[in-house]
Design a binder for this molecule. Sequence first.
Ligand SMILES: Cc1ncc(COP(=O)(O)O)c(C=O)c1O
Length: 403
Amino acid sequence: MKKGYGVVNKIGVGYASVTELEKKYVLDALENQRLSQGKYVAEFEKRFSGMHGQKYGVMCNSGTSALHLALETLKELDGWDENTEVIVPAITFIATSNACLHAGLKVVFADVDPLTYNIDPDEIEKHITKNTKCIIPVHTFGMPCDMNRICAVAKKHGLRIIEDCAEAHFASLGGKPVGSFSDISAFSTYVAHTITTGVGGIVCTNSRDCVEILRSLVAHGRACTCERCIASDGKTVCQKRMQTEMDRRFTFVRLGYSYRVGEIEGALGLAQLERKDEIIDAHHRNAELLTEGLTPYENLLQLPREPEKIRHTYMMYPILIKKESGIKRNDLVHFLEKHQIETRPMLPLLNQPIYRKIFGDLEKDYSVARYIDQHGFYIGCHHGLKEEDISYIVQVIKEYVSR
Ligand SMILES: Cc1ncc(COP(=O)(O)O)c(C=O)c1O
């Protein structure tokens, strides 16, 4: 039995580290006496979006809000109606498809690739109809989707792409970061995610038209979205503000949301961003050590792989039990939990009670997703784990499979 693991004596799937840098920036934000949007939010937006190949970033209160804002923006720009269909993977966190439903759009699921667990471009093509307007690829667990093929499908059929990068901050394909392949990309900075602001999210784009709408939607549908109004220091005044009869900050031109965050999240985000290499390198190193230790059992367990030219950022470490292994997922998972190693099911979606109620029995049509639902799980490989923790995980799995 594992002894002396931190405070909780357990190897959790997620971890957030707060260092002196986070404390310094948060304290500075508090001392500035400006708690709503200010210099930290603006700086985080600029740097984070730039690192993902997009000119503009808009911080918001969750990854789900980021997706919702992205969908509402394209809906307005392109005039989508309630018959508009959005294609999403049949394996993802429920927020991806929920955001489409919240935006009043139709969700169409596409089955996933059995090796990467990401949306399968061939399956996307099978589900395209005259009402399809958008694809949401999700870079699951830090593994980039096959964006070259997905972009080709989108181009062929004139579809928009929104990348859901909630689990894949700084992952890349051929040196190009995820988030830069689409019209708008959405990120979560919730606590177990690579870069965290506690709770939060950010939506990124290169399009001036999109960012105007995003900035308005995030703040109740405001007319004026200029930096001086949205992220002002309270001292400078927007020149346009008083040019109309009503103060443009308090003129609302669309049905917006209150999805903003403040300087404390901005300060946390900026500190985390400055530590990103340390965090990601540790995830990567731990994942490689797990793969090295578990490779002798690859006839039983499918392990994540990092193909050439791909930078996998391993937010989590997914494991799929192979058919021929005879291993029962729940037995193995209980064994791990009994040994203080936390596990989570691999993103079951189609069989969620609420989705069964909305969509009926979908699972029968998605054989890969169904297999993953029944045989997949994930464990942590985060930067709070040391080499001895990884050896311990490998040793426990070895003990189970050798029984
Ligand atoms: C793929 C994916 N999309 C969206 C979200 C939603 O993010 P949030 O919890 O910040 O709303 C998550 C959260 O874990 C996620 O994993």
